[in-house]
Design a protein around this ligand. Structure first.
Ligand code: SF4
Length: 454
């Protein structure tokens, strides 16, 4: 079982991207855990896409049973450590906590979850098997993001042989390459994935499954294929000059500082888009040394898709915001970007954005990061035989993740169009359980038939 590649420590990045929410001390964790009311209907659990039993894991922390607490988390969510750092808990578990709004603060569910998971990792804890039976069926997971990791772990814990195929050098998808380092360091993501590898999941990294021939080879070797391929290429700006090398995909900018060498950052940086990736890229540019960083968005503050707390955080990091602004073209001099020409935008009566004539202005910058969404990975999805797409997304049975071709299952961003890590984990686990139950039911039926003929 080959070990996973390691990300070398980078002291400068670690210092610049220090923890946004430092971990709880043991004393603080116990005090916080004892504030939980152990609600019978636990709205926090209902609000979690993976339905972690929140009062149960918190109660175990209060009683000093940290291993039991971590196992409760892992039973629902095998990526419980990264979700404790990356989840937008204000709009999930903590937002649903009954303490929220009663002149009291919500229970610090994320920090408690991280406390239990950190203790589990520090103690050398391993993921438990759910069945000691060794199954003969083999499953291939395509893509090594959270959906595939959760699917693979569920199947492996139930005795199935699983191989994950990943085109990049490292597994983890957004957890490793895309979540801001001050929330989830890439090395922490890899530590969590190491537990899945130790469980016996095979990782085949640097291998791109791209063509129908590639898929046919996998179909011959594996009983089921799980598509956890995420989204495709970033959408480009489509304005004159956007092929300049200093016009950079924001996700690539983030991936580079997290796992490779940070790109040199300019004095003044324009970030186009107003989702959470735009915010992460803008904050990263500030922390990497840009003096002036602005997010330019074509609509208003109320329309931005980034969470409100991310917006507030970006303002604290010193990021400026320009609303109702459309990029028009990129100006260069001597091979360097000098400005992004923009114009004010307005929305007409039918909701269409148009340029307000005579409002063009130059935003002085030397680097432009774009985060205006990603296209579906159609090149691959369209050659998956019998798999149906709806608006570029894989159509699945929500309860099982099965596609129109019973040999293919799918989950995560390629199904939901791009949601949170925890949504992908929920999809992957649900699909893994459905695949396992399908074969377990088949084996049971065969045994019953053999007994009847004996
Ligand atoms: Fe505890 Fe809040 Fe969940 Fe109630 S809603 S069980 S107080 S974390």
């Amino acid at each position: 079982m080959a070990s996973l590649p390691e990300i070398p420590e980078n002291a400068e990045i670690a210092e610049r991207f220090a923890d946004l929410h430092p971990p709880l001390t043991a004393q603080a964790a116990v005090i916080e855990a004892n504030r939980c009311l152990n609600c019978f209907d636990a709205p926090c659990t209902a609000a979690c896409p993976t339905h972690i039993d929140v009062p149960r894991f918190i109660g175990k922390i209060a009683r000093g049973n940290l291993r039991g607490s971590a196992l409760t988390i892992l039973d629902a969510n095998v990526l419980g450590a990264s979700c404790s750092r990356a989840c937008p808990v204000d709009v999930l578990c903590e937002g649903a906590c009954v303490m929220h709004g009663y002149h009291r603060e919500s229970i610090e569910i994320a920090l408690l979850q991280r406390f239990a998971m950190d203790a589990f990792h520090a103690s050398g804890g391993k993921l438990p098997r759910k069945s000691q039976t060794t199954r003969r069926e083999k499953v291939a997971c395509i893509g090594a993001g959270p959906a595939s990791l959760a699917c693979a772990a569920e199947l492996r814990q139930r005795g199935f042989a699983v191989t994950i195929f990943e085109r990049r050098a490292l597994p983890g998808g957004l957890n490793t390459y895309g979540v801001a380092e001050y929330k989830l360091p890439a090395r922490a993501s890899m530590k969590e994935i190491e537990l899945i590898r130790e469980l016996g999941v095979e990782f085949s990294t640097g291998v791109e499954i791209r063509t129908q021939r590639d898929l046919e080879d996998l179909e011959r070797e594996f009983d089921v294929l799980f598509l956890g391929v995420g989204l495709g290429p970033a959408r480009r700006l489509g304005i004159p000059g956007d092929d300049h090398p200093d016009v950079i995909d924001a996700l690539a900018f983030i991936a580079d500082y997290k796992t490779a060498t940070p790109r040199p950052v300019a004095e003044s940086v324009a970030v186009i888009g107003a989702g959470n990736t735009a915010i992460d890229a803008a904050n990263a540019a500030r922390r990497l040394g840009a003096a002036n960083v602005a997010i330019l968005y074509r609509r208003s503050r109320q329309d931005m898709s980034a969470f409100a707390f991310e917006y507030e955080h970006a303002k604290q990091e010193g990021v400026q915001f320009l609303w109702r602004v459309l990029p028009v073209c990129i100006h260069t001099s001597g091979g360097r970007i000098t400005a992004l020409e923009c114009a004010q935008a307005k929305v007409d009566a039918s909701g269409v954005l148009t340029v307000v004539p005579g409002t063009n202005f130059h935003f002085d910058c030397q680097q432009i990061l774009y985060a205006i969404g990603q296209s579906p990975l159609l090149e691959l999805l369209q050659v998956c035989r019998g798999v149906q797409l709806e608006h570029g997304r894989v159509a699945v049975d929500r309860a099982t993740g099965q596609t129109a071709n019973p040999k293919y299952y799918a989950g995560g961003d390629c199904v939901n169009g791009g949601r949170e890590v925890v949504d992908a984990v929920a999809d992957g686990k649900r699909a893994g359980a459905a695949i396992a139950e399908r074969f377990e039911r088949g084996a049971e039926a065969r045994r019953t038939a053999e007994a009847a003929h004996a």
